[in-house]
Structure formats: C-alpha cells, structure tokens
Write a new protein. Structure first.
Lengths: 301, 327
C-alpha cells in the first residue's frame, strides 16, 4: 500500500510557534499523516525550554552544495523561501509518494484528503493567488508578484517532479532574489513557467485553500467584526502571512511561547531590509508637489 | 466559419500581406482581415500595391473613448491595446464566425491548421508558451525576462465563440483600456502579461505545447528545423505550423532578432532557409515601399523647455524627499 502524504513546512526558529500550530491543525484532521518542519536555522539554537511536538530537519542535515553562498547573498525572507525546493526534494525522497507544503503561517480547517486524490492523476498541484477576473482592486500587483502563490503546493514522486525540483532549486539557488523589476520574487515567480514546462500540472481552482490577504477581496470569509468565519465548511486553509493576526490565532501561537521564539535571530542569511513603505509614501507626496513647477512651466512655454 | 486577423500600421503592410498569402495558400477557407492602426485616406498610396485583403481601420470598430487611449499610449502600446477590441468587434458583428484567431503580422503559416481547429473544438481559448523546456544558460532573453513580460506569446491567440471567451475578452478590454503599458517594475507589459491570468481566471484554456507552433528565437534552443519531403519539420517529428520572425529586420539580415543574443545563423544553419524565404517574400510584397509610411497615431515628441529652471526649482523638495526615504 502506498504511504500517506507527508506534510511539511519551512521556517526559521522565530516562526516555530506558527509551525507547531500548523502541525496541530493537521494532526487534528489527519492524525495518520506525517508532519515535518524544515528549519532554515541550526537546531542547536532552539531555546532549551522549547520542546518540539514535531520532528525538525535542519538545513545542515541537507548538506547543500552552495548553501554558504546562498546564506551570504540572500535576506532571511529570501533564504527561507529559496530553501523550499531543497526541502521538498528531501521529503519526497523520504516519503516517495506524495508531499504537501504549507507556509508555516497556515492553519487547516478541514480534512485535505482530496489533494491526495488529485495527485493520483497529477504530478504537481499549484494554487493561484486569484481566481476571479476583475475583482481584486489592483490586479497588476498580482501579475508582478506571481499568478501562483508558493505558500502552498503538492507533489507526487515522479520523474516529472524530479526534473521540476531540479530546475526550481537551481533557480532559487542562483536567482532567488526579490527584485520585481527583473522578474524575480524569491521562489514564487518561477512557478509561472510550470504549466508550460511540465506535464500533469493541476491548477487548483478552489476558493477554500490558501486564503490570505492577497485574495480576501474576492473571498468573503468573515461574518462579522470579530472575524468569525462565515462558513467554516468552505474554508480549507487560511494563510496568515502578512495578515494582521486574528486574536484566536495569536492565542494559539502564544501557547508555544511565540514571544520567546520571535526573539531568536536567524543564523543564516542577511537581515531583511527595513520596510520603507511609510517613508516612500511621504517622499512620493512631496515629489507630487514638485509637479506644480512642471505644470506652470508647461503653461507659459 | 473561422476568421483570422492581424494588426499593424501601414508601414508593416508587407508583413501582413506575406502572412495573409501564407495563410490563404494552405487554408483558403479562412477569412482574413488586416486590422489597421493607421489611416489610409491621409496618405498618398499606390493602390496597386495594396494587398487584396480586407483592411479594417481601427477608428471603424467603435472602441469606446479611443481618443483617450491614443493620448495615453505610445505606438507599441496602442497597437497591442486594440487586440481584444478587434476580437470584441468580430464577436459582436460577425455572428456566423465561430473561431477567431489572431496572429502577429511577422508570422508565416507553414501548414494546414487542422491541429489548431481541433483544439478549438475542445477548448475555449488556445495560447502558446514561449518555451516548454528550460534554457540552462545565462543568455538573453532569460527565464526571468519571460516571467516579467509573459509566459505565453501573444503573437498568437485563438478563441472559440463561447460565454467564457466573451468573459475573457470583456475583462481583457477593461485592463488594456488603462493599463496596456510597458512598466516592468509594476508588473505591466502591454497586452501579453495580462494574459498570464487566462488559465487561472477562465475555463478550458489550452496551453498548446505543439512544437510546431509559434517557433521563434525564444524557443529555437529546443526546436531544430529541417525540410524533408516538401515539408518543414521540428525536431524531425512535428510539422512546422507557424514561424514567428519577431525582431528580424531586413536591414540587418545577419541578425535573427534584435531582442536576443542566444540564437545566431552561424550555429543555426538549419534556420537560414526559413529566413531567406521570409526576406524574399517581404521584398516581393514591397517591404521597401511600405516601411517608410508614417503612422497617423504616432504622437509628436514632447518638447520640454526650461529644463534647468525645472531642476533647480524642484531641488529643495527633492532633497527633502530623499532625506525622508533614507531614514
């Protein structure tokens, strides 16, 4: 009998509480599925009082060629995204059947056995950021960052997937920067090529999966101000990445000492650049005032 | 009934003519229309040189607020922005047409398009990817360049009259009305990048990986051309459907395309006859005559005066803005 799917996530020590909560939600619905955490950090840096309920594989155990260089050139965020295909390959070797990836900031609300059924006939499952034309207020942002979201994918052990992962990891190893002007967004934008380059790719058009800030405008999941889910049956997974954490989610991660874990600095990669959105917006408004000179000089010339 | 159309300005009529002839030779049952982003009556044209195909000028297809689009876009953006509006026009005004297929004018058809017709029986929309295998090199264009500008090449798109295709055209028109720009840092590359959404937004979109489709510099790394038994073949197995001479200039006959440095004639002697054939056909169709006509929709270049005054007037606030950004 083929083995059950293996679920995994990839994170730094400072996201371990999120990963444990994801694991709990999986075990609740699939006590028989294996759940692993791929750690882009050294296991020995995990605070002593933390006892992981789930097996952790750290990046050193993968013995990656060229990891030192990746660590030197990528930011913390880029690095953990770019390690994803390497961990996928590792876990696929371990499971030799089917693997499913969720961002560590995800929770599942339903059994997900339908994914395994899709993989009976397909090799790769990808999930689009958006499903409905003309709903998101600025669709070009999605074009810029990726039609597909890399916070979820599922793979079946096959020659097709071996070549997919070899290609993906080569690109994240050498060109895993976040640089939208150049068409680079760590691991995610590479997925654009996948339906054209590989066979048996399923584009999962399922509203309930990988709900996140990027698609909330087309998926009304709250029933009231308290963010109660409108219809729990329709929600398969929510990804809290970049979203203001709901109170219920905060409580869950705090059970695992999130406040302590959050303070652990990643040991690989360079610090993320400061978020300058606020400063940039002010500067943009100041420059807008300057256009008055253009307007005036165009008028008199 | 199938209608095929292309879009160009008068300076590209030799290409459109050449394309039309190649289409009609092997697919005489198709109707062919040249969409013209230009005006004929403003030019003194030798009528005997005009191709004998229907020319449909862009100001005749009722694009809402077309003037605004002309103001907003440069000539490349405008030429690509009108594509879905032509589809829309044919869908609304030609009820007897079931399949509508667009080709860029710099294409030659090499086969009877039965394969494509069969796919349009089964699917609503057919698109062709630039590449179906990785490049494995560091040349130009790269895999990330394609990501930035579009995985599928929109020198070709076919659709079948269907609710889904109509939905797609409506949405595409809306997007291209305001956002058919080249602005890579903000995710925009004319009509082509928007089309990346087709397979996720709409049903029955077929990504046609037939190796004979849309053969061009971007996929020649995976496609070898040969002429056997009166027929062009790709990788000795698939019949060449259509070749796309994107970025090829008669004035620079030794360059495959101005948009790349991967493919050259020294290493790829297999493609030399395909380009020779193209050059000869363009010349026979008066390329040298047509290429000099100026498009009516090209805007006069904007002249900025008082450049230095502007610079100094803006300096104090610019300094403040940079300071805030550096915080």
């Amino acid at each position: 009998m083929p083995s059950l799917p293996l679920i995994f996530t990839v994170c730094h020590i400072n996201q371990l509480a999120n990963a444990f909560v994801l694991g709990d939600s999986i075990k609740k619905h699939h006590p028989d599925y294996q759940f692993f955490i791929g750690l882009v950090d050294s296991k020995k840096n995990i605070p002593a009082k933390i006892n992981s309920p789930y097996p952790i594989i750290d990046i050193e155990e993968l013995n990656l060629d060229g990891f030192a260089e990746m660590s030197r050139k990528y930011t913390w965020d880029e690095l953990s995204a770019d390690c994803k295909p390497f961990f996928a390959q590792y876990f696929l070797e371990k499971n030799k059947n089917k693997i499913i990836y969720f961002d560590c900031t995800s929770i599942i609300y339903q059994p997900i056995s339908f994914l395994s059924e899709i993989l009976d006939n397909q090799s790769i499952i990808l999930v689009p950021q958006l499903l409905h034309a003309g709903v998101h207020p600025d669709e070009k942002q999605i074009l810029n960052t990726g039609i597909f979201h890399s916070g979820f994918f599922a793979l079946k052990h096959s020659t097709e997937v071996v070549s997919f992962l070899n290609w993906w990891k080569e690109n994240t190893k050498t060109k895993g920067f976040h640089d939208l002007c150049k068409g680079l967004n760590a691991d995610q934008l590479w997925l654009e090529h996948v339906p054209a380059m590989f066979e048996k790719v399923s584009i999962l058009k399922e509203e309930g999966i990988n709900i996140g800030y990027w698609n909330l405008s087309e998926r009304n999941i709250y029933s009231d101000e308290n963010k109660t889910l409108i219809d729990e049956k329709k929600v398969i997974s929510v990804n809290f990445k970049g979203l203001k954490y709901w109170k219920s989610y905060k409580n869950l991660i705090e059970q695992y000492q999130d406040t302590l874990l959050k303070t652990v600095k990643p040991s690989y990669g360079i610090p993320n650049p400061k978020d300058k959105t606020f400063q940039k917006n002010i500067a943009k408004n100041i420059r807008a005032i300057n256009y008055i000179f253009d307007w005036f000089l165009d008028k008199i010339s | 009934m199938t209608l095929v159309f292309t879009i160009c300005s008068v300076n590209y009529l030799a290409q459109a003519h050449t394309f039309g002839d190649s289409l009609k030779t092997l697919n005489p049952e198709f109707e062919f229309v040249i969409g013209l982003v230009d005006k004929l009556e403003t030019k003194s044209i030798d009528k005997t040189k005009l191709p004998c195909y229907t020319l449909l000028e862009v100001d005749k297809i009722n694009i809402p607020d077309f003037e605004e689009m002309c103001d907003r876009y440069n000539i490349t953006e405008l030429n690509t922005a009108v594509k879905p509006y032509y589809f829309d026009y044919f869908l609304k005004n030609r009820p007897e047409i079931t399949n509508i297929i667009y080709f860029d004018p710099d294409i030659i058809i090499f086969d009877k398009l039965t394969h494509l017709q069969d796919n349009l029986e089964k699917y609503n929309i057919v698109v062709t990817p630039h590449i179906t295998t990785p490049y494995n090199d560091n040349l130009w264009q790269s895999e990330e360049d394609l990501i930035n500008t579009g995985i599928y090449n929109f020198g070709f798109v076919g659709l079948k009259r269907s609710v889904e295709a109509q939905k797609m055209i409506k949405w595409w028109c809306e997007k291209l009305h305001n956002e058919c720009k080249i602005d890579l840092c903000n995710g925009l590359f004319v009509d082509q990048h928007w089309a990346e959404f087709f397979p996720v937004y709409f049903d029955k979109v077929f990504i046609d990986k037939h190796l004979g489709n849309n053969v061009a510099y971007w996929n020649l790394h995976e496609r070898f051309c040969s002429f056997e038994k009166n027929q062009w073949l790709i990788n000795k197995t698939q019949p060449l459907q259509f070749f796309h001479y994107s970025g090829y200039l008669i004035a620079k006959p030794n360059e495959v395309s101005k948009y790349q440095n991967r493919i050259n004639f020294e290493e790829r002697v297999d493609i030399i006859p395909l380009f020779e054939l193209y050059k000869n056909r363009l010349l026979a169709n008066n390329e040298l005559y047509w290429k000099n006509f100026k498009c009516d929709y090209i805007k006069p270049p904007k002249i900025t005066r008082f450049v230095r005054v502007r610079k100094y007037a803006k300096l104090p606030l610019e300094k403040l803005a940079s300071l805030i950004e550096s915080l």
